[in-house]
Design a protein around this ligand. Structure first.
Ligand SMILES: [Zn+2]
Ligand SMILES: [Zn+2]
Length: 136
């Protein structure tokens, strides 16, 4: 079991069972959400995910193009959000309070990374989403 929380501690959640590996997304929207070069996320199925606190106080942004971000209303940390396709939560890996046991499986949307973004590690770097052309 893995637990996570936001910066102020109002939002808490736990994940039972297996998650996906961690994907590092370098797209322009993830830069806005995270404020940094890339956004580390994993997926947890609805069955494995449980809010412990703070779910009723989330700020849920949804852009007209369907892309969104959920945040803690008190501290502004990005928090897990329902994947637009449903069936899973999209979980910011930085919220996890212990080692989830999974590692970075690859870098996506490297084709639109910031000019100052230097990617470390040996993971595959993909031009767009998972399954797209490798650039390294
Ligand atoms: Zn918070
Ligand atoms: Zn992204």
């Amino acid at each position: 079991m893995t637990r996570g929380s936001c910066l102020c501690g109002a939002v808490k959640f736990e994940i039972d069972g297996q998650t996906t590996d961690i994907g590092m997304c370098h797209c322009s929207k993830c830069r806005k959400v995270s404020g940094v070069a890339s956004n580390a996320n994993l997926m947890a199925s609805l069955d494995n995910f449980k809010w412990i606190s703070g779910e009723s106080e989330l700020t849920k942004l949804e852009r007209p193009d369907g892309w969104g971000a959920w945040r803690c209303s008190a501290c502004g940390s990005p928090v897990p959000m329902l994947h637009p396709g449903g069936g899973a939560y999209f979980v910011p890996a930085g919220l996890l309070d212990a080692d989830p046991g999974v590692r970075i499986t690859g870098h996506i949307f490297v084709g639109s990374k910031a000019p100052w973004d230097e990617i470390a590690g040996d993971g595959p770097q993909l031009r767009d989403g998972f399954g797209s052309e490798k650039t390294n």
